[in-house]
Structure formats: structure tokens, C-alpha cells
Design a protein around this ligand. Sequence first.
Ligand code: TXA
Ligand code: MG
Length: 370
Amino acid sequence: MTVTTQVFHIDPGNIDDAAIAIAAQTLAAGRLVAFPTETVYGLGANALDPAAVDRIFAAKQRPFTDPLIVHLASAKQIDQVAVNVPGVIAALAERFWPGPLTLVLRRAAAVAPNVAAGRDTVAVRVPAHPVAHALLAACALPIAAPSANLFSRPSPTTAQHVLDDLSGRIDIVLDGGPTTIGLESTVVDLTTHPPLLLRPGGVGVDALRKLLPNLLAPDAPLVVAETEAAPSPGALLKHYSPQAPVVLLRGDAEAARRCIHTIAPVLHERGKRLGLLAPDEEFNNYADLRAEVVSLGPTHDLAVIGRYLFARLRELDSLGVDVIVARAVGEGDAAGELSMAIRDRLFRAAEGRVLDADDPHVLELLLTLT
Ligand code: TXA
Ligand code: MG
């Protein structure tokens, strides 16, 4: 069924209360509203209404086995959605909320079971974006909201991305401009002992360990087979993927330059369009390359890389490339707080295909992918 998707432009610095009120009523009526958060755009529905929550899964074509995050206006509402909340939550909320941290807790009975894909847990966060906050406060409901993209596509960081995927499938998009972090929240399971990092995101592990010293954080991205009943059902390998296959290319700038200048002409000869995602520092290496070269941002500023990563992957898709080579970034020592999240998203976009620039089989693999 198609609906007319209404778009309301909302200035985060000067919130239009009338538009927010309409969006809040729409949520209360069991309908879908996409809204900006500081991480990515979310697709919201009333978390207490199972029929409304079902609409999220239908609109996104998301498997019912993948649970949703519940968004609150304030940590004070936590008892509406969770039970047996551990004491450490007060300190975590004080330090990180509103902000890009999601905590998995024991689910309260009022929360629709399909929010949690039938689990007895619930993921909760208080987003920091003024538009998200205004909406959540106006409807005074816990709002289930996954990222507002079609399942397995890169998360949306602008209202246009939301429309590209979901126009005609949802009721309202609140356009509050591009999101600032650009990567989804960090997800931590507090129902396990020790607590477990399920998804790296906007809040880094070092900051978390100041309050959760025993936090278990797998170094390599957590990968879950499609059928497995695993701690983080969202950790499927194929995730955040553009339509063209992606390969991650490791190695220093010079090795990468040689490699890409070897493969680009061969792909071109075969009528295949190469997309290259390269950090600013390496951009000049590819000035005359027969490829679509898109900037990843400066390697010394992972906040910028994170902010635009999903938008760049979507941009490469819209350029109609057949295969994407992305330079691996965020791997050095000085990588910083967002490095784990960026490596994780790139790895998943590449569906785990990581190659060294001096590997003689790079070309072979690219040819089999196109
Ligand atoms: O930044 C964000 O977190 C964005 C914005 C909109 O808030 N939301 C988002 O939602 O990224 P989504 O649905 O794309 O990702 C939710 C992640 C998935 O990996 C899911 O499996 C996990 O959280 N999750 C949700 N509920 C869970 C639960 N009860 N137990 C374990 N993992 C859960
Ligand atoms: Mg998502």
C-alpha cells in the first residue's frame, strides 16, 4: 500500500511546534514518522502499539527477527520500557544521555513484543537531536525507531536519503538537515555479565569503560550468520551496503595507488565502472583515473569521515558504478574514538571482503564481483 509521504522542514534552532504536533499525533495514531537524530535518521512508531511497530518492519522490509531501539525524551521514562534496571544506568545516563548510546535492558510488558523481536530485552536510548527531542516530548510515548532506510542499505543521514528509500511507504519525514555524527549509536547489552558491546558507534569503548570497566568489546567486528539466534541480530555481515559490491583495500597510500592504477584500466576496458572511496590525502593520486573517485574525508579527522560515510556510499550508487574499492581507514594507532565504528561499517559494507593492496589477486576478485 502506498501513502503520500509529507515532508516538514524543521529548523533545529527554531522548532516549528505546529509541525511537531502533527507528527506527534501521527505517531499516536499508529502511523510512521521519520525524524533526524544526532546519529542517523530514524523511522519512528509507537513502541506500545504492536500494529504500528509492524508497519516499521513492512516499510523497511526488515526481517521480524531484528529488534528495534526504543527512543525516549528523557531517562526518567526508563521504567515505562524496562524492568530490573541495573544501578549503573544512572551514571551512564548522566554521562552519555542524551547521546549516541543504546542500552539493552530487560523489557517491560508494556513494550510491544515485536519491538524486541520477541526477546525479553529492550534496547533504549535518549537521542540528542533537538527535533527528535521535541517529537518525543510532544507525543510523550516511547518510540521504536530503527534507521530510516530500506533493510541492508546504508543508513540515512539526510531527509533525501529517507525519501529515496521510503517515499510512499511512510507518513511523514521531519527534515532537520543532515545529521552530525552520521554513524549509528553504540549498542551495549547490560543484561549480560559482563556487559557486551554489540555495535560500536558514536560513543567509544574507552569512554564507556570508565563506567563499565568490565565491558566486553570484541576487537574484530561481530559477525552473525543470517540464521543464528545471536546476541546482536543486527550484526549481519551484509549491512549498510550500497548496491554495487564493495572491496576494502588495506595498505599504504603508495601500494594502493599502484594497485588501483593497475586495475582501473582493465575494468574500464571491460566496460565496468569503478568507484573509488579514497581519503582526501590520497585524492591527488587518482586525478586522472578512469573511475568515479569520491572523497572519504581526511584520515586525521574521523568525525568528518563518519559524518559522510553513508552519504558517500549512496553517492557512489547513484553514479551507477559496478564495483567500489574503499580505502581502509581508522586503522592506525592515533585512530581515536570513532575508529571502531568506522572500521565496522566499512567492513560490513564490504561484506567482509578485505584485501591488501599488494595482493596479486585484487584484480581477479574485482572481475568476479562485476
Ligand atoms: O543511532 C541509532 O541507533 C539509530 C537512530 C535512529 O537512533 N538507530 C538504529 O537502529 O541504528 P537500527 O534498528 O538500525 O539498529 C538497531 C540495532 C540493531 O543492531 C539491533 O539488532 C540492535 O540494535 N538491537 C535492538 N534491540 C536489541 C535487543 N533487544 N537486543 C540486542 N540487540 C538489539
Ligand atoms: Mg539500521
